[in-house]
Design a protein around this ligand. Structure first.
Ligand SMILES: Cc1cc2nc3c(=O)[nH]c(=O)nc-3n(C[C@H](O)[C@H](O)[C@H](O)COP(=O)(O)OP(=O)(O)OC[C@H]3O[C@@H](n4cnc5c(N)ncnc54)[C@H](O)[C@@H]3O)c2cc1C
Length: 559
């Protein structure tokens, strides 16, 4: 049987960083990914990565404070300290590995301003930073000789003797199922963007890891905290990076007014994302937008800067909305972008399940609390990817493999999948169940929420789950059966959707990304706490966890 000390599920930035760290710590390490590693969603990151470099007059404590304020004081401050202290070294490590960050006129690493931060501390490569980081990380993965199972889809975990001791995965190219034994498993499976429709996330971002961990007994936390990004393109919902506003772009209403002066007179367009998205939606709802959008105006930045630093988003505007930002404002609106919540871990990536770790967007350490600052996510993946890889390797050194029957584990999965393939055609489609879910989430769990809307979605999710249990998989073949993969992903997404909706209903205040029109105030007395959800006998079970506060006392947030 295939076996490894440390098995990492997911080969985005978090996964590859974890793998390199685990291998460097002497573990027999493997990484598994449902797509080729450089097709992971990390590749799509545009704007940059944050770090406070002391030789640039910055310091980690300012970065930590901005992050905590951005989180609306829901982030765990011990974890934020760890991340912000490690940021400088992590960034320089990436540079030394070969990332060609933009530089300023004097030859120093260049920075751009990003939202919710008092200082420009976002390092970048044009507007394709994620791609630059991911490709360099992939080179390091190859160099280190780590075993990589590419286009293998993890369908379930194997649990014996009270431990997660391996996984079953579908080799997409052949349709063959394999069991892999592991002493420790690290989830680096990314976010769940596609639970909402539309979303800025790639179609593969379907919350698989969160759902798998949840089913195995892991605790999910802060699942109500879903980030709507202020600038997603009209129609397609594709991301227009915050880098545009970082470089100085304006947000305009239908009369050409910079409406942010009403909501964030100091930071204007660079207030934190939750604040900007809410302001835009307020204007749109008041009839001050155009076709459900407001405008992003970059014209005054000039053609030279746009071509040099924002070339990719300019092309996106031209190709997908027929608007050239050099010549005209482009229509944008808030759109689902990022999941602050996820599998609850400590600062070493360890979850409540022995030997199971998580890092990156699927994890909730929680450094983002109620609202993530732009460019803190790439940082999160690198810092906590590395920590979880090192810690899992050390833990694996103390553990023995659990002996389980690979044949039996594979057979169980084969039967489950065959039953899906055997379902009769009944007119329903995976795609329509998926769209029903995404639209319901986007209708009732978006920028503004309230009880009856969210209850409606909980109800609709039950109906969608019933349809999912019968939905046919049209392709019965073995080779690259993407129909089957989409169906399995939909199951994961429906579970994630449910945890989001019940967590949001539980939180009866407005904080960070969650704004409830029926509870419009932040209520620290009753709700300065995390909402956790675990899988119970009949459905999600909710509990509360304290927020770790080190030295920054919660205060009212103003930008
Ligand atoms: C358009 C866009 C732009 C962004 N820009 C920025 C930015 O400028 N700065 C910033 O800080 N953040 C940005 N973000 C957020 C950031 O990119 C992500 O949070 C981060 O890259 C997630 O990395 P990850 O390693 O956790 O997951 P991902 O990169 O999403 O990788 C997940 C991995 O898990 C694998 N996987 C998932 N399920 C399975 C399964 N069942 N079996 C096997 N493998 C599986 C996938 O194949 C993939 O390899 C952006 C996000 C988007 C969508």
């Amino acid at each position: 049987m295939l076996e490894h000390d440390v098995l990492i599920i997911g080969a985005g930035l978090a996964g590859m960083r974890a793998a390199i760290a685990a291998k460097a710590n002497g573990a027999n390490t493997a990484i598994i990914s449902k797509v080729h590693p450089v097709r992971s969603h990390s590749n799509a990151a545009q704007g940059g990565i944050n770090a406070a470099l002391t030789d640039r007059g910055d310091n980690w404590e300012d970065h930590a404070y901005d992050t905590i304020k951005g989180s609306d004081f829901l982030g765990d401050q011990d974890a934020i300290e760890v991340m912000c202290r490690a940021a400088g070294r992590s960034l320089i490590d990436m540079e030394h590995m070969g990332v060609t960050f933009n530089r300023d006129e004097e030859g120093h690493l260049g920075t751009r301003a990003f939202g919710g931060q008092r200082r420009a501390r976002t390092f970048f490569v044009g507007d394709f930073t994620g791609q630059a980081l991911l490709h360099v990380m992939f080179e390091q993965l190859i160099k280190s000789g780590i075993q990589s199972y590419e286009e293998w889809f993890v369908t379930s975990l194997v649990q014996e003797e009270g431990r997660v001791c391996g996984v079953v995965a579908l080799e997409i190219r052949t349709g063959q199922l394999h069991a892999i034994r592991a002493k420790t498993v690290i989830f680096c499976t990314g976010g769940l963007g596609r639970v909402f429709e539309p979303s800025t996330n790639a179609l593969i971002v379907t919350g698989d890891g969160m759902a798998l961990a949840y089913h195995a007994g892991a605790r999910l936390m802060d699942m109500e905290m879903v980030q709507y990004h202020p600038t997603t393109l009209a129609g397609s919902g594709v991301l227009i990076s915050e880098a545009a506003r970082g470089e100085g772009a304006y947000l305009l209403d239908k009369n050409g007014e910079r409406f942010m002066k009403k909501y964030a007179p100091n930071m204007m367009e660079l207030a934190s994302r939750d604040v900007v998205s809410r302001s835009e939606q307020t204007e749109i709802n008041a009839g001050n937008g155009v076709n459900g959008c407001v405008y992003l105006d970059c014209r005054h930045l000039g053609e030279k800067l746009i071509k040099e630093k924002l070339s990719q988003i300019r092309e996106i505007g031209i190709d997908l909305a027929g608007a050239d930002m050099v010549k005209e404002p482009i229509p944008i609106r808030p759109g689902m972008h990022y999941m602050m919540g996820g599998i609850k871990t400590d600062v070493n990536g360890l979850t409540n399940l022995p030997g199971v770790y998580a890092a990156g967007e699927c994890a909730c350490v929680s450094v983002h609390g109620g609202n993530r600052l732009g460019a803190n996510s790439l940082l999160d993946t690198i810092v906590f990817g590395e920590r979880s890889g090192s810690h899992a390797a050390a833990a694996a050194g103390e553990l023995k493999f659990v002996d389980f029957s690979a044949a039996a584990a594979v057979q169980r999965e084969e039967q489950r999948i065959q039953a899906m393939l055997n379902r009769p055609q009944n007119g329903d489609r995976v795609a329509s169940v998926r769209l029903g879910m995404g639209e319901s989430m986007n209708r009732n769990l978006a920028v503004f929420r309230q009880k009856t809307g969210m209850e409606e979605t909980v109800q609709e999710l039950q109906e969608l789950k019933a349809r999912f249990a019968k939905v046919p998989v049209e392709n019965k073949g073995k080779v690259f059966n993407t129909d089957l993969v989409f169906a399995l992903e939909l199951g994961f997404m429906l579970d994630c959707a449910e945890t989001i909706a019940v967590s949001a209903l539980e939180r009866k205040d407005s904080r960070g990304a969650q704004f409830r029109t029926d509870y419009p105030k932040r209520d620290d007395e009753n709700w300065l706490k995390h909402i956790a959800v675990t899988k119970g006998e009949v459905g999600p079970e909710i509990s509360h966890l304290p927020v770790t506060i080190t030295k920054w006392t919660p205060e009212e947030r103003k930008y």
